[in-house]
Design a protein around this ligand. Structure first.
Ligand SMILES: [Zn+2]
Length: 420
């Protein structure tokens, strides 16, 4: 087995309705096509002069396999430095299954393209709409305003049956496309098999898989806003197996001289984002958060993400606004169980804990009262524990002082007796 993989020069091919950028990956004596595909009208967006997107799309898989990457195409100098000096060492330290590898590009390039596009993902979720509010609806700077929505198939639509995942990708695209049409922003589907070459868990690799898409489209995009899920306070490299907790400081490491990769959303909690999005009328018709594939691109109203979103809206008293996109009656059937199993048991740092804190603060239902009583009991216990600890510490100090005095007195008596 070779200790390297080779990523060959990307090549563009155009078909009846689509355009595909392909790079051959040589790994352990076999060659596989890695490809990204967009509608034919966008063929000129692909950058054929560099390996950036393919390297980033495959880097975590290569780290897992402990294989160095050789590229036969040039790479962005900035990206190569960020990957080899910061990103790879950081990820290898954080995740035991990843190893430090080297990347040997054919050459390094610092040229920028004439790209002007600003890409944002659009999935219809809370993070996505919060990013749209910041960088489209309320964005003041034209060079930062989202000009295109991208919709990726790089693993988020299923990991076991790739054909089913591809079908779901198209179903979800069809469900979502009305909103971009209404706001006049092109909504571009990008299919790929980058995640299928060496099957990998999407939850552990989505940061690089998602960034790889605008990186293969550098002839068109100068910025890419990536909607982060976690608030900054809950992010860090220690004690986490969730790659999403790296977004705020890792995502920009995937930038090049042309493309600025920007993580957005960490400035707000999920609960805060939900409240913000609830005032955006368009979201009442197009919010789409579901993770259940059997819902075929719609909201099932009972999966963990549907429940999380609906309960948050419910605590704010705003769930009815979303009656067009959720079956609220179905949600009511599972609501209590979700509260008991997920929210009341939630640990600090998770999304359900944010709902717990919100309910404790403003909830009007019995379970919110229960949370407040539980909090009051915890605080009382903490106070008692604190007082007992302070008392013990004071007592210890007094005993120590007494012991010192007794020892000194004993010394004096002994000396007196000797003198006598
Ligand atoms: Zn669902």
């Amino acid at each position: 087995m070779s200790s390297t993989v080779t990523i060959r020069q990307p090549a563009l091919s155009e078909h009846d309705t689509s355009a595909r950028l392909t790079s051959i990956l040589d790994i352990d004596g076999t060659s596989s096509d890695m490809w990204y595909e967009v509608p034919k009208a966008y063929a000129h967006w692909f950058s054929t002069d560099r390996a950036d997107g393919f390297v980033v799309g495959f880097v975590l898989q290569a780290m897992r396999l402990r294989k160095d990457i050789v590229t036969l195409a040039p790479m962005s100098s900035k990206l190569w430095h960020s990957l080899t000096q910061f990103f790879i060492p950081m990820m290898a330290k954080a995740f035991p299954h990843l190893h430090v590898i080297r990347i040997a590009p054919a050459s390094l390039i610092e040229e920028t393209t004439l790209a002007t596009g600003v890409a944002g993902g659009f999935s219809g979720g809370i993070d996505s709409f919060a990013a749209i509010l910041d960088h489209l609806v309320d964005e003041q700077s034209p060079t930062y305003r989202i000009s295109h929505f991208l919709f990726h198939n790089v693993g988020s639509h299923g990991e076991t049956n790739y054909q089913e995942a591809r079908t779901l990708f198209h179903q979800r695209y069809d469900t979502l496309k009305e909103y971009p049409e209404l706001v006049g922003i092109p909504f571009v589907p990008v299919d790929s098999n980058i995640h299928e070459i060496v099957p990998t868990e999407f939850v552990k690799t989505y940061i690089t898989l998602n960034a790889s898409v605008p990186l293969v489209l550098q002839n068109h995009f100068r910025r890419y806003f990536y909607a982060s899920s976690y608030k900054n306070e809950d992010c860090g490299v220690n004690n986490t197996d969730i790659v999403g907790r790296f977004d705020p400081f890792a995502f920009h490491m995937l930038s090049t001289e042309t493309l600025d990769c920007i993580s957005t959303g960490g400035q707000l909690s999920r609960v805060e984002k939900t409240r913000l999005v609830a005032d955006y009328g368009m979201s009442h018709r197009f919010l789409n958060v579901c993770v259940d594939p059997s819902a075929e691109g719609r909201n099932c109203s009972t999966c963990v993400k549907c429940c999380r979103t609906l309960l948050t809206l419910d605590v704010f008293g705003l769930a009815e606004r979303y009656s067009q996109v959720f079956d609220l009656a179905r949600f009511r059937q599972v609501r209590q169980r979700y509260i008991e199993d997920a929210v009341l048991q939630a640990a600090n740092g998770g999304f359900e804990y944010e709902i717990l804190e919100l309910a404790r603060e403003i909830g009007t239902e019995p379970w919110a009262d229960h949370l407040r009583r539980r909090q009051a009991r915890t605080e009382t216990l903490q106070k008692i524990t604190g007082r007992v600890a302070a008392l013990c510490s004071r007592t210890a100090r007094i005993i120590k002082k007494l012991a010192r005095s007794a020892s000194a007195a004993l010394g004096s008596i002994t000396r007196m007796l000797k003198i006598g």
